[in-house]
Design a protein around this ligand. Sequence first.
Ligand SMILES: Cc1cc2nc3c(=O)[nH]c(=O)nc-3n(C[C@H](O)[C@H](O)[C@H](O)COP(=O)(O)OP(=O)(O)OC[C@H]3O[C@@H](n4cnc5c(N)ncnc54)[C@H](O)[C@@H]3O)c2cc1C
Length: 307
Amino acid sequence: MTDWKRIEDRLREVAPDCVQRDVILADYTSYKIGGKSRLFVEPYSEEMVGEVLSTLHEEGVAPFVLGGGSNVLIADSGWDGVTMHLGQGLSGWEFSDRVAEVMAGTTLLDFIRETVKSGLAGMEQMAGIPGNVGGALRMNAGAFGQEVESSVKKVRGFLPDGEAVALGRSVIDFGYRSAPELQDVIITSARFSFEREDVETLQQKMEDVLRLRAEKQPLEYPSCGSVFKRPPGHYAGALIEDVGMKGVVHGKVKISEKHAGFIVNLGGATATEVRDLMDIVTDKVKATHNVELQREVKLIGFDNARE
Ligand SMILES: Cc1cc2nc3c(=O)[nH]c(=O)nc-3n(C[C@H](O)[C@H](O)[C@H](O)COP(=O)(O)OP(=O)(O)OC[C@H]3O[C@@H](n4cnc5c(N)ncnc54)[C@H](O)[C@@H]3O)c2cc1C
C-alpha cells in the first residue's frame, strides 16, 4: 500500500511551500476538464525537480508531468498520484547573440514574442501554439512549416530516478509530434539557436499566423487543439468531415464546425464524453476509409483507454 502521508511529508521536506493536496486539474488544462490530483507539486528550480524525482523514485511513485496542459485529457476521476507541474515557477530565459537558454515552464508564446522582438527567426510561425516550452519539446510541436526540432540545440532535464541528463540535438530523433528520446526525460530547460531577420518582417509573420489561427480554429471554446495526428496522406479533419461527423454533439462536447479536427468543450463537459466521441470518430473513419486515427492528445488517469 502506498503511504501517501509519508510521501507528502517527504515532498514537503525537499520542496517546502510547493506541495498541495487534492488540486483540481481541470483548472490547469486548456480543456477545462479533469478531476483532482492527490498530490500536486510545483518545483521552482531545476535542482528541486531532481530532488522531488529522487524522492518519488525511492517511494516507487512515478509522477504525471504537467506543462501548460494544452495537450492532455485528464480523467474525471483525476490522477490518483503526484502531479509535477512545471509552469510559471520554472520559467525565464537568457539570450546571448543568436542563442537562448530557456526554462521548460516558460509559456511558449511569451518566448516566441521575445525571439521576434530580438530579430531572431525560427519559431515565429509557431506563435499561437498554447502551452509551455517543455511540453512543446516533448510533443515536437509545430505549425505552418516550423517545428521545435529545427531550432533546439540541447535539452536538459532529469530521468525519473532523479539523475540529471543533457541531450544534444543530434541524439534526439524527433518525429512528427514525437520525440522518443525525451519520452522518459522530465525536461527542465533547453537551448535554442536562431537566424537573424528583420524585426518588422518577423512581427508581420507572427501576426499573420495568429490571425489565421483565430479564423480557422474554434478558439472560443476550450479544447486540446487537433485531437488526432495527421494520418500519412490525409488530414484528420477532412476524414472526420467526410464521415459526416462535423458538428456532431455528444453530451457537452462537439466536433467543431469550424475545424472538424477539434472536439470542443461546450461547457461542463466530462472527460468520458470527450473520450467516447474520440472512439466513435476513430471507429467511423476506420470503417469508412480504413484509416487508423492516432491520438495526439495524451490521456491521463484513464483505466481503460484505447491507446
Ligand atoms: C487551441 C489549440 C491549438 C493547438 N495548436 C497546435 C499546433 O498548431 N501545433 C501543435 O504542435 N500543437 C498544437 N496544440 C497542442 C498543444 O498546444 C501542444 O502539443 C503543446 O506543445 C503542449 O504543451 P503543454 O505545455 O501544454 O503540454 P501538456 O499538455 O502539459 O503535456 C503534453 C505532454 O507533454 C508532457 N510534458 C509537459 N511538460 C513536460 C516537461 N517539462 N518534461 C517532460 N514532459 C512534459 C506531458 O506529460 C504530456 O505527456 C494546440 C492546442 C490547443 C488547445
